[in-house]
Design a protein around this ligand. Structure first.
Ligand code: NAD
Length: 430
């Protein structure tokens, strides 16, 4: 497993739990040292225990040495990052191609090189060509196996996926992937076996659709506020329609994270390159970016038109609960905007502080939501961690100087917030 981040590490650990012998490789020596000491460099529920079980059983190991790690391997997964390229929104494939070339030098017997990273259409063919250029003699196949796990529920998702997508062009590679995923085949997990281009496209189309669903309900929420409707009821009412489905219909401060923002942008760029624009997705990208900025304005409006000199307690900075991942989190737009409007910010997040300090500065962090609320004028709920879902609102209100609560995840009921003495603002509920 080349790349031991959120996807590579979880996949490697889960494959070892299937009984396979797995070597997780990463070029970051600090990550590997941490893993070798039994610690995980990321926060993911259940990961540490499963990792310990499999390292103890001798099936799972970690190294920075790619040549050593892939020696004798039947399959090599590429699970390195594919961030948005600065300036143009295309996926940056340099890590993928570098990994491919490093693998090429080490191929001995037949090997399948499988891309798990999210990569635009055409990348797997390019991987094949690059390996071939380095090693014209090598006996290998390439395959595409995009990953759909969600951070925060990654182990559960990997072990019980809705489907597995396998893009292959040879029977030999298909059989090998079948053996690797055998425990899930036995559980009758649907397998979509297809060509390389379709597998690559499935991942982007899936993420673009999810981003569209979120953005759709966000705009509906804004309209609900204007017309006196309640978006929670509207989402329920439409979600029960089997053609629509209830998931990804939760309004909020705009989607973030390591996938949806960069993957929607990359799809827009791929489409433009091929002269077949995906205008819906392009609009989703724009609307979502504008939404994050608009959420800072919403806080200012809730404060009566100015937050200058006000103290704002921010609960949650990660892009969603149960992860320490801060990539493209809405807090990274909202908090700086509020600071620029001269608010003083107190920050609280169960797992986000380490990443968050680097991105939002070291000042103002506390570890307890009630401590965050002390003397605050405004309480801003940004990420719906369980720790913030059942606060004693009367106690929070009593600790605060002001009475404004902005709940951008609709965690609380307007009535209960008002009973506790709050002037309460949420999303899509007038
Ligand atoms: P990440 O940044 O957490 O991890 C990538 C790791 O790869 C890093 O630790 C980096 O040091 C390592 N790396 C880069 N080049 C390397 C090389 N040549 N050799 C060895 N190690 C190398 O990224 P991630 O979140 O795990 O995402 C990986 C891929 O999976 C991306 O394409 C992403 O879009 C996709 N994906 C991510 C998620 C998610 O929830 N994070 C879900 C599905 C798909």
């Amino acid at each position: 497993m080349i790349g031991s981040g959120y996807v590579g590490l979880v996949s490697g650990v889960c494959f070892s739990d299937f009984g396979h012998e797995v070597v997780c490789i990463d070029k970051d020596p600090q990550k590997i040292a941490l893993l070798n000491s039994g610690e995980t460099p990321i926060y993911e529920p259940g990961l540490r225990t499963m990792m310990a079980r499999n390292t103890e059983a001798g099936r799972l190991s970690f190294t920075t040495d790619l040549a050593e790690g892939i020696k004798g391997a039947d399959a090599v997964f590429i699970a390195v990052g594919t961030p948005a390229r600065r300036g143009d929104g295309h996926a940056d494939l340099s890590f993928v191609y570098q990994a491919a070339e490093e693998i090429a030098a080490e191929i001995d017997d037949y090997m399948v090189v499988i891309t798990k990273s999210t990569v635009p259409v055409g990348t797997n063919r390019e991987v094949e060509q690059r390996i071939r250029a380095v090693r014209p003699d090598a006996d290998f196949d390439v395959a595409s196996n995009p990953e759909f796990l969600r951070e925060g529920a990654a182990i559960e998702d990997f072990m019980h996926p809705d489907r597995i997508v396998v893009g292959v062009e040879s029977e030999r590679a298909r059989t090998l992937l079948g053996e690797i995923y055998r425990p899930l085949f036995l559980r009758e997990t649907p397998i979509v076996t297809t060509g390389l281009e379709s597998a690559e496209m499935i991942k982007y189309a899936a993420n673009a659709f999810l981003a569209t669903k979120i953005t759709f309900i966000n705009e509906v929420a804004d309209l609900c506020e204007k017309v006196g409707a309640d978006v929670q009821s509207v989402a329920k009412g439409i979600g029960l329609d089997g053609r629509i489905g209830p998931k990804f219909l939760h309004p909020g401060p705009g989607y973030g994270g390591s996938c949806l923002p960069k993957d929607t942008q990359a799809l827009v760029q791929t489409a433009l390159t091929h002269g077949s624009p995906v205008r819906v997705v392009g609009t989703v990208v724009e609307v979502n970016a504008a939404r994050k900025r608009a959420m800072a304005d919403k806080v200012v409006a809730a404060a009566g038109g100015s937050v200058a000199g006000k103290r704002i307690a921010v609960l949650g900075v990660t892009f969603k609960p149960n992860t320490d991942d801060m990539r493209e989190a809405s807090s990274l737009v909202i908090v700086p905007a509020l600071r620029a409007a001269d608010a003083s910010i107190v920050l609280c997040d169960p797992q986000g502080r380490k990443e968050g300090e680097a991105l939002l500065g070291p000042a103002g962090w506390v570890s307890d939501p009630y401590e965050a609320a002390a003397e605050a004028d405004i309480l801003l709920l940004l990420t719906e961690w369980n720790e913030f879902r059942a606060l004693d609102l009367s106690r929070v209100r009593a600790a605060m100087k002001g009475n404004v609560m902005v709940d951008l995840r609709n965690v609380y009921l307007p009535a209960e917030a008002r009973v506790a003495g709050f002037s309460y603002v949420s999303v899509g509920r007038s």
